[in-house]
Design a protein around this ligand. Structure first.
Ligand code: TNX
Length: 553
């Protein structure tokens, strides 16, 4: 064949995209807008990465991206700051735009075969654009070894315009029932950020352990950070109970907490610390029995469940909590402090002469109102420090004209959604974390095949089906729903591997219902993106559940 024929054939094949990989776009959460194009942009050793001058935050985002790409590919791509550089070659550029439509977390990616342009108005937008680029690149971008030439470091051409549906996109972790080291917390935050969550709710204290160093009250960690043994298996009152006989404990020093907060910030993740009050407080009472209604002695709990020994609303108890929260606020600069409030039995208050006297004096009719008073005191004090409280939905029980929780208090709705919706109707902001959809400690597959978990069954599809802001809610209620959170309780999750197994891929479903416009949520489409998610998680060394291979057509 003549050279001319080869030339025309070659041109025809390249124009039709023949021989190119079929473009797939496996971004989770699915972007608000994605227009597929033909062709691919290929990163090479000579790709130019250009960013605006004088924007250090942007520079850091670009540097992290390039470091990851270089380490996976073996390239030595460098960044050029400033707009002077003109190049017709293969280029990735970051462009800051003043565009209100993008909000503080939105971004655009314009990807053609010779250039990618990323636009955002704020650094978080660039950060999320980079997370999307990671997910458009081959999953080997997360491989730990310098990758080989067999990987084509390319991105499918497309145009993406994206911003989140909800402002609060949270993932929670209970480190009280089981303790997890800083290295794991950082890995957890990496995965959060990769899926565009922006909040980590750190459940730091509970009956079974106090996990944060408080300088003024060292016994909180010295005594409350430890339990003498742990119940093996399920807890039912009627069952014979078996314990492992091993002391168990651990805590984070304040330096470690600061390090984690800094790390999270670099990934645009805010941490909400939770200090449980007035229930789930046995670890406090074990260390400082003087804050209980009876003389004690108390012990850090060795089994799971709800305990009737709780904090007593003495003045000295409020002073103690203010001291603790002062140190906590110093460590966590975010706007919210979670003060617990859930599952607080009232027997100890009923049997306490002090509580009965206080209720009479305050004209409170019952102990639920006394919990309201308790919450209202902390709420007022936290507000005076320029922060807001978050509480589990029980903080709205026991309405009383003399014990007002300010409308600034944010309600976390876990016993279904009704508590949250009621609070929203009363003008409170709310975060939805209904247990029947987004509690990731529930079974995700046939329990006969699964490790021991909390009772309920919440498979991936059910989690995915949840809509935190149904369209039929009045706008006045919708506007108070800040967002959604997946919660991860660790009674039966003793190791990082067990946590990852329960969390992934269900957290990916939650990421999508938090970020993606409801009209673009689509279960079959989500499942088509799962195989690539699994390869990404493999490369990241995440031990996710294999229960969903069978839903993949
Ligand atoms: C209820 S959710 C709790 C936790 C348990 C969880 C188990 C909430 C506010 N309280 O203490 O760990 O159920 O799913």
């Amino acid at each position: 064949m003549s050279r001319m024929v080869w030339f025309w054939l070659g041109l025809f094949l390249s124009l039709t995209g023949f021989g190119q990989p079929v473009n797939t776009y496996s971004i989770i959460p699915k972007p608000a807008g994605l227009e597929a194009r033909e062709g691919r942009f290929t990163f090479t050793a000579s790709t130019l990465v250009r960013i605006p001058a004088g924007q250090p935050e942007l520079q850091t985002i670009a540097e992290n991206f390039v470091r990851q790409l270089n380490s996976a590919s073996g390239f030595a791509i460098r960044i050029q700051a400033g707009s002077e550089t003109q190049s017709a070659g293969n280029m990735l550029s970051f462009v800051s735009v003043n565009d209100a439509a993008l909000g503080s977390e939105g971004y655009r990616i314009d990807c053609r075969s010779n250039a990618i342009t990323v636009e955002a108005a704020k650094p978080a937008g660039f950060f999320y654009a980079v997370q999307s680029l990671y997910q458009l690149l081959p999953p080997e971008i997360f491989g730990s070894k310098p990758a080989v030439s067999s990987v084509n470091w390319s991105v499918p051409a497309c145009r993406i315009e994206d911003r989140p549906r909800l402002n609060y996109r949270g993932l929670h972790l209970d480190v009280a029932r089981h303790f997890f080291p800083v290295s794991f917390i950082k890995k957890y935050i990496d995965l959060l950020a990769l899926h565009k969550f922006n909040t980590f709710h750190w459940h730091l204290t509970d009956d079974q352990g106090w996990r944060i160093e408080i300088k003024k009250y060292p016994k909180l960690t010295q005594v409350g950070g430890w339990r003498k043994e742990t119940l093996i298996g399920h807890y039912y009152e009627s069952d014979p109970q078996q314990f492992d006989g091993q002391p168990y404990g651990g805590f984070y020093t304040q330096d470690e907490v600061r390090e984690v907060v800094r790390y999270a910030k670099s990934k645009y993740v805010t941490i909400i610390p939770e200090i449980e009050t007035p229930g789930h407080a046995l670890a406090i009472l074990a260390a400082y029995p003087e804050f209980g209604c009876s003389a004690g002695p108390y012990e850090t709990a060795t089994k799971w469940g709800i305990f009737s020994d709780i904090l007593c609303p003495y003045e000295k108890t409020f002073t103690f909590l203010q001291d603790v929260l002062t140190e906590v606020m110093d460590l966590f600069p975010g706007p919210y402090i979670h003060i617990g409030g859930d599952e607080c039995p009232k027997t100890a208050w009923k049997n306490s002469a002090f509580c009965q006297q206080l209720m009479k004096q305050l004209k409170l009719k019952n102990e639920n109102q006394l919990q309201r008073y308790f919450t209202a005191r902390i709420d007022r004090w936290v507000n005076s420090k320029g922060r807001k409280i978050i509480g589990w939905d029980e903080i709205m029980d026991g309405e009383s004209p003399v014990a007002r929780v300010s409308a600034r208090a944010v309600v976390m709705s876990w016993r279904g959604t009704e508590g949250g919706l009621k609070a929203a109707r009363q003008g409170h902001d709310v975060i939805m974390t209904p247990e029947n959809f987004v509690y990731l400690d529930h079974y995700q597959a046939d329990r006969s095949q699964e490790p021991l978990a909390f009772g309920r069954f919440t498979p991936l599809e059910e989690t995915y089906s949840y809509d935190p802001v149904p369209a039929d809610l009045p706008a006045s209620v919708q506007q108070h729903i800040l967002g959604v959170q997946a919660s991860v309780w660790t009674e039966y999750l003793a190791t990082p591997g067990q946590v990852e197994y329960m969390v992934w891929p269900r957290a990916a479903a939650v990421a999508e219902l938090a970020w993606t416009p409801s009209g673009r949520k689509n279960w079959p489409d989500f499942t088509h993106r799962l195989p690539v998610l699994f390869r990404r998680l493999d490369n990241l060394g995440v031990g996710y559940s294999r229960a969903y291979y069978d839903v993949l057509a």
